[in-house]
Ligand binder design. Structure first.
Ligand code: GMT
Length: 375
C-alpha cells in the first residue's frame, strides 16, 4: 500500500509511534509518505520506501494566526494525487483528522477516494479534546474518520465517555522494536553517569505538569536516603526549573543530572536500574514500555493506560497518583538485592515482548484493509 502519515514530528510519544510505524511499514513493503511541518525526529533515514513532504505555512501579514490546517490539507491533496496514495493515517485528532477530512472531501470532488484512519493518543482526548471549546471539532473529526484507533482500552473508554462517538474504536496498543532495545549493549558507559555502587534511576518525559515530575524528585529523595543512587532526568519542559529548585531545597542537587532532550534514550536506558513515571494522566506510557524493553523495571502511577503496560509486581509496581511514599517503598524493594533487581529486569523485558513491533504492526495493516474496503 501507499500510505500517507500525518503526525507531530517532535519529541512526543505520538510522533515517535507514528515514525516507528512508518519505518516498520516500509520494512514490510509498504511505501510511506510522511506529511508534516518538520522531518520527524526519529526518522533519520529516508529510503526508497520512505518519503518526507514538508508542510510550510507561508507567512502572510494579514493572518494573525497562520492557517496550518489549510496548508496541511492542501499539501495532502497534492501528495495523494502526485504519489497515488491509497490511505491516510493521521495521528492526533486535532488538527490532523480535521485537516485530513478536508483533504478527503477535496479529493472526492475529483473522483478520488481517500480512506482515513485516525489514531487517538491521549492528550488530544483527555487534555485538549475535552475543553468544551474544541469538543465539536474533535467529535466531528472522530466521527468522520473511516476507522478510529486508540492506543489503550483506557483511552477508548475515556473517548466514549467524553464524546458522542458513532462507531466502535479499535484498540491498537503502542509497540516497540525489541531488537533495537538490547539491554546488553556493550558501549553502555555507565561509569560516566554514576559510581559503581550507585543505582541509576531514570525519568524520561517532556517535563510537563501532567507528568508530575516533582513526584519523581520526591520519590528519588526517599530512595537515596536508603540506598546510594543517581537520578537521570531526560527531556526538556516547563517544569524543569521547579524540579531543579526542589533538588536544591532537598540538598540532592549533586545526585540529579538533567540531561535535556536526547536521541540516545536507548543507551541511557541500558545502564538504568529503575524507571519512574508517576504521571497524573497517561493514555499508554510509551516511555515506560521503552524502559521495559531495555530490561528496566518501572515504578509508575496507575493512571489511564499504565496498568495495561506496566504489570504490578511483575514489570514493576503501580501506585495511586501522588502516593510517593509507596512508590519509593516499592522502588527500594526492587533495588534491595541483586537477585530481586535481576528478576524484575527479566520480567520487565518479558512483559514488553507482548508489544513487539512484529505483533502490533499487522493489527494496523488489518485496520488499513478494513478502511480501504469501506469505499
Ligand atoms: O504526554 C506525552 O508525553 C506526549 C503525548 C503525545 O501526544 O505525544 O503522549 C501521548 O501519546 C503517547 C503515544 O501514544 C502515549 O504513550 C502517552 O501516554 C500519551 N500522553 C498522555 O496521555 C498524557
Amino acid at each position: 500500500m501507499k500510505i500517507a502519515i500525518v503526525c507531530y514530528p517532535t519529541f512526543g510519544g505520538s510522533g515517535v509511534v507514528a515514525t516507528e510505524l512508518g519505518i516498520a511499514l516500509s520494512e514490510r513493503g509498504h511505501e510511506v509518505h510522511f506529511v508534516t511541518y518538520k522531518q520527524p525526529v526519529r526518522l533519520e533515514l529516508l529510503s526508497k520506501k520512505i518519503f518526507f513532504h514538508e508542510v510550510s505555512v507561508p507567512d502572510y501579514p494579514l493572518f494573525h494566526y497562520q492557517p496550518y490546517e489549510l496548508a496541511l490539507s492542501s499539501k495532502l491533496v497534492d501528495t495523494v494525487k502526485l504519489h497515488n496514495i491509497d490511505l491516510l493515517h493521521v495521528h492526533y485528532a486535532i488538527p490532523h483528522a480535521y485537516a485530513g477530512y478536508m483533504a478527503k472531501k477535496m479529493l472526492e470532488e475529483e473522483g478520488i477516494y481517500l480512506p482515513m484512519v485516525t489514531t487517538l493518543h491521549g492528550t488530544d482526548i483527555t487534555l485538549v479534546g475535552n475543553h468544551e471549546f474544541y469538543k465539536p471539532a474533535v467529535t466531528f473529526s472522530i466521527n468522520k474518520s473511516d476507522v478510529v484507533t486508540s492506543v489503550s482500552q483506557s483511552l477508548k473508554d475515556d473517548t466514549n465517555r467524553l464524546f458522542t462517538v458513532e462507531d466502535d474504536i479499535k484498540v491498537v496498543p503502542n509497540f516497540i522494536d525489541m531488537a533495537k532495545h538490547n539491554p546488553s549493549f556493550t558501549d553502555c558507559q555507565r561509569d560516566l553517569m554514576a559510581e559503581p555502587q550507585e543505582h541509576i534511576i531514570t525519568h524520561v518525559s517532556n517535563l510537563r505538569k501532567v507528568k508530575r515530575v516533582t513526584d519523581v524528585i520526591e520519590v528519588f529523595d526517599r530512595i537515596q536516603k536508603k540506598i546510594p543512587a543517581k537520578l537521570l532526568m531526560v527531556g526538556e519542559g516547563p517544569e524543569k526549573e521547579t524540579c531543579e529548585e526542589l533538588c536544591i531545597e532537598k540538598g540532592i542537587k549533586n545526585k540529579v543530572v538533567f540531561l535535556g532532550n536526547s536521541s540516545e534514550v536507548g543507551k541511557i536506558l541500558c545502564f538504568s536500574d529503575l524507571f519512574l513515571l508517576p504521571s497524573e494522566k497517561e493514555s499508554f506510557g510509551l516511555a515506560a514500555l521503552e524502559a521495559m524493553a531495555s530490561g528496566v523495571p518501572v515504578i509508575s502511577s496507575n493512571a489511564g493506560g499504565l496498568p495495561e503496560v506496566n504489570k504490578n509486581g511483575v514489570s514493576g509496581y503501580l501506585s495511586d497518583v501522588g502516593n510517593v511514599d509507596e512508590m519509593a517503598k516499592n522502588a527500594v524493594s526492587i533495588l534491595s538485592s541483586k537477585e530481586t533487581l535481576a528478576k524484575f529486569k527479566k520480567q520487565a523485558r518479558e512483559t514488553a515482548k507482548t508489544f513487539d513491533t512484529k505483533n502490533i504492526v499487522p493489527l494496523y495493516e488489518a485496520v488499513y484493509e478494513q478502511a480501504v474496503k469501506m469505499k
